[in-house]
Design a protein around this ligand. Structure first.
Ligand SMILES: Cc1ncc(COP(=O)(O)O)c(C=O)c1O
Length: 374
């Protein structure tokens, strides 16, 4: 028996395809550059926090994650009931889908962007309204505003955008929000925000009139828009992907509903403790994010030099917009050289890794471009 009574929407739901591990290649170290993980060792204080709570696995963790929630509320300067923790920001995203969608509803999101957006939308039986990015990899906010209808229940924005790395500007964001009905929830997914500071992607945003603009400021935006939800995670710059801890900040009316969808005890005691310490040493986290950012900007420049039009990225990854055929060939060439990268169809996303991995990536890309153009 294999025909179970499952949701009809599953037939149209793409499964999440995790980043591939690298193949073992004789004589070289393999690198996984396919899941946007942090390649640096966790900070010692964070490791200490994790090991000091591991002695009590028989007990459930604090279901309210009291200390970490309070620390995050202070950090964002909001009341504690404006913050909810979850097992990674993915669980917050699922909760937002859970509280808004049903069959017939629509979700407006940019594309290419995070693969969970179409997956969760389809799973809920809702309709995917994927708005293509502009040719330079940015959200097409005017087109996204136009795509909103009376059936739209959720709008998803991603800054820096996974996989293109582009960062939303303050002015374009405000213009967009002024066109969105006040009762429609808009999600600003900032999983990679710590890597954006000082990046080319964040410092060269232009308004329509050609003036320089600042990146959107989530805390200020939360103050202004009661229909805005900001998603953050400890998985990326904080380097805690394996512990599963992320959160949402929003008006308490939204957080209250999200709590009904988030599993109780979904954030382990170790994850709560690690998050608390990592937030306390955020300055050190940001120093390491800058290091990754410098490697990213260096890689981007070298790839552009050999003719790959890499958009300025504010994440811990770069986007190589190859198109379908070359994306497959390039991902294969990387795999043969012990590098797992992410082939997303329209292009290839490469996570910033250690210097040796970046050197090898440039070497593979150089040979690939020479052979392609020969
Ligand atoms: C844009 C974006 N948002 C959210 C997530 C979810 O991360 P996590 O659930 O580990 O917090 C990811 C992970 O890759 C991502 O790329």
């Amino acid at each position: 028996m294999t025909n179970f009574r499952v949701r009809r929407s599953l037939a149209d739901t793409p499964a999440y395809i995790p980043g591939r591990p690298p193949a073992a290649v004789e004589g070289m170290t393999s690198y996984k550059l396919s899941s946007n993980e942090h390649h640096l060792e966790p900070l010692p204080a964070v490791v200490d926090a994790i090991t000091s709570v591991s002695g009590t696995p028989a007990l459930y963790p604090d279901p309210a994650a009291t200390d970490l929630t309070a620390a995050l509320a202070r950090f964002h300067d909001v009341p504690t009931d404006h913050v909810v923790l979850s097992a990674g920001s993915s669980e917050s995203l699922s909760a937002l889908v859970g509280i808004t969608l049903e069959p017939g509803a629509q979700v407006v999101y940019p594309w290419p962007s995070f693969e969970m957006y179409p997956q969760l939308t389809s799973f809920a039986g809702a309709d995917r309204v994927a708005v293509p990015l502009t040719p330079d990899g940015r959200h097409d906010l005017p087109a996204m505003a136009q795509a909103i209808t009376e059936h739209t229940r959720l709008v998803l924005l991603c800054s820096p955008n996974n996989p293109t790395g582009t960062v939303l500007g303050d002015t374009e964001f405000d213009t967009f929000m002024s066109q969105v009905p006040e009762d429609l929830i808009v999600v600003l997914d900032e999983a990679y925000v710590e890597f954006a500071s000082g990046s080319e992607a964040a410092s060269r945003i232009r308004t329509e009139d050609g003036n320089l603009d600042a990146p959107v400021d989530a805390d200020q935006a939360l103050d202004t828009y009661s229909n805005l939800v900001v998603l953050r995670t400890f998985s990326k710059a904080h380097g805690l992907a394996g512990l599963r801890v992320g959160y949402a900040v929003a008006h308490l009316a939204i957080i209250h509903e999200m709590r009904k969808s988030i599993a109780p005890f979904s954030v382990s005691a170790a994850a709560q403790a690690a998050g608390l310490v990592s937030l306390a040493v955020r300055d050190e986290v940001l120093v390491r994010a800058k290091e990754v950012g410098a490697a990213r900007d260096d890689l981007s420049a070298r790839l552009r030099e050999i003719g790959i039009p890499v958009p300025p990225s504010g994440g811990n990854f770069v986007w190589l917009p190859f198109g379908q055929r070359d994306a497959t060939l390039f991902a294969e060439a990387c795999m043969e050289n012990g590098l797992a990268v992410r082939n997303l169809g329209a292009g290839v996303r490469v996570t910033i890794g250690p210097p040796e991995a970046m050197e090898r990536l440039v070497a593979v890309a150089t040979t690939f471009m020479e052979d392609r153009d020969a």
